[in-house]
Ligand binder design. Structure first.
Ligand code: UD1
Ligand code: CA
Length: 420
């Protein structure tokens, strides 16, 4: 989509979040809200993307490398925010239309945006916006239509009369503008409302009065339109996204025993016939092979890659580690910065001490090793192929266990006999 530019508004503080973190950087299933919008516009093939940043601009900019950012120094409203992108867009002759998105509507689906753009292009309207019918429209701008059902304006909750407040059609906050219509509208809006802000929504009335066509696309899944303004709404968005992620995983042939009590973040890949037991937390970008059993009560943190037919049981935490196929880690273990080979048995209560108070170190456990119950492995350390550690042994740093040998005790020493 070469002739469309996208402006994403992300300058607001998000006062109602009561947070020191800018609102758009709050995570939903392990990914900042703003990134969901950027992923959407990228996947639609929109090359020209401009983020409007303001509150803690440095922090926001850092999170979206490669995206052109324009600063809004004073938060004078959504209309003012869009005006900041004027210079970057107006003179670009390739651009005919401008897609405006708000950084706090992360649940929006790319198919919906696509539908909006298609309607906009085919109707040749000055603006096409997304609306939804909500039983409880509180907090959203209301769409006001004429008796002929034409959109005449949008009224914000704070400025709405009691008659306007009962309108159930709301402004989702997604717009596709003809470039000229957008900047024509923005020049005419005034901060004449309760908040004394320049509202982007006021451009609609300007266009309607100038007989410039305003169209709408109505979508019926209210979950998509949730604007995240409070922690309660953040919680709701998390629930919706979690459900979507689990449905996607189940669709690929994974069994999730209890979807209400399973937490899987963005970017996780799980292959078919793996079973996830309840109260398992799988953090972002973790990879799991096929035919595994994970949980209940397992926590897999970023950087974890698990092979096929692996068993990860209750109260096992794994971070930045690879686990080879057929390996079993079934009860109360901590595995960090470790590379574990194939067909390894990690006994109950095994702990990898990867952190010495200053730095993290690596541990290697090779194929077919048997780590006895309650072993502590002090990194950096290596357990060779087929080696065994006795129950309760403490394998100290750099005291590598030779392949095929048995070590026991504290500190662990090689038993003077070959492994049976
Ligand atoms: C806005 C819409 C409302 C709509 C709702 C949908 C306006 C005036 N109102 O209300 O009609 O129903 O979204 O969720 O547009 N922002 C800036 N600079 C500013 C102000 C805001 O970048 O000066 C950004 C915010 O960071 C946020 C987005 O714009 O990402 C929307 O602002 P917000 O204050 O949340 O608007 P709402 O009151 O939710
Ligand atoms: Ca909002």
């Amino acid at each position: 989509m070469k002739n469309i530019a996208s402006i994403i508004l992300a300058a607001g503080e998000g006062t109602r979040m009561k947070s020191s973190l800018p609102k758009v950087l709050h995570n939903i299933c392990g990914k900042p809200m703003l990134e969901y919008l950027i992923d959407n516009v990228n996947s639609l093939g929109i090359d020209k993307v401009i983020a409007i940043i303001g509150h803690k601009a440095g922090l926001v900019k850092e999170r979206i490398p490669g995206i052109r950012c324009v600063k809004q120094d004073e938060l004078l409203g959504t209309g003012d925010a869009v005006s900041r992108a004027r210079a970057a867009i107006v003179k670009d002759n390739k651009i005919d239309n401008v897609l405006v998105l708000y950084g706090d509507t992360p649940l929006l689906k790319k198919e919906t945006i696509q539908r909006l753009i298609e309607k906009h292009v085919s109707s040749g309207a000055g603006c096409t916006l997304l609306t939804a019918q909500l039983k409880n429209p509180t907090g959203y701008g209301r769409i006001i239509r004429s008796s002929a059902a034409k959109i005449v304006k949008i009224v914000e909750e704070l400025d709405a009369s009691i008659y306007q407040k009962v309108v159930e059609e709301i402004n989702v906050g997604v717009y596709c503008f003809n470039k000229r219509a957008l900047f024509f509208g923005l020049e005419k809006i005034k901060p004449e409302n309760k908040k004394e802000e320049y509202y982007l929504t006021d451009t609609i009335e300007v266009l309607a009065k100038a007989n410039i066509q305003v169209e709408s696309v109505t979508a019926d899944d209210p979950e998509e339109f949730l604007g995240v303004n409070t922690r309660a709404e953040l919680g709701k968005a998390e629930l919706v996204m979690r459900k979507r992620i689990l449905e996607e995983i189940m669709d690929k042939g994974v069994t999730v025993i209890d979807p209400n009590n399973t937490y899987v973040e963005q970017g996780v890949e799980i292959k078919k016939d793996t079973v996830i037991y309840p109260y398992t937390f799988i953090e972002k970008d973790v990879k799991i092979g096929s035919n595994c059993a994970i949980g209940p009560f397992a926590r897999l943190r970023p950087g974890t890659v698990i092979g096929d037919s692996v068993g990860i049981g209750n109260f096992v935490e794994i971070v930045r580690s690879t686990i080879g196929s057929e390996t079993k880690i079934r009860h109360q273990c901590y595995i960090g910065d470790t590379s574990i080979g194939k067909n390894v048995n990690i006994g109950a209560g095994t702990i990898v001490a990867n952190y010495d108070g200053k730095e993290k170190h690596k541990t290697v456990i090779e194929d077919n090793a048997f780590i006895g119950t309650g072993t502590i492995l002090i990194a950096p350390v290596k357990v060779g192929k087929g080696a065994t550690t006795g129950a309760g042994s403490v394998v100290t740093r750099n005291k590598n266990v030779p392949a095929g040998k048995i070590v026991v005790g504290i500190p662990a020493r090689v038993l003077n006999k070959n492994k049976k």
